[in-house]
Design a protein around this ligand. Sequence first.
Ligand SMILES: [Zn+2]
Length: 103
Amino acid sequence: MTKESRILFELTDIISINFECQNCGGKIGFSPQNWKSVPCKCSNCGGLLVAAGSDAEKLLGSLSENLKGLGDPEKKLKGLNAILRMEFSNEGKAIPSPNAPED
Ligand SMILES: [Zn+2]
């Protein structure tokens, strides 16, 4: 029998948002409070991480703003009278290798 475990955390528990380049495997990370802009290029190889003007860039920009607003432990969000938590499965999931052949 497989035992499933889950992780429950608050947005203030997020310590970094990480981007891994699919070209070279280089990683760049930001704390939610210091994440100022969406990284378009890999700082290691110069490859494209997020296309400028794309839906991905817009959504990640919104995510950045939301994490700053909702995840700042010093900031009491006006109108929120609850503790906000997210839940993730802790089951091991294979992260596809950037070099793995597609099915
Ligand atoms: Zn790279």
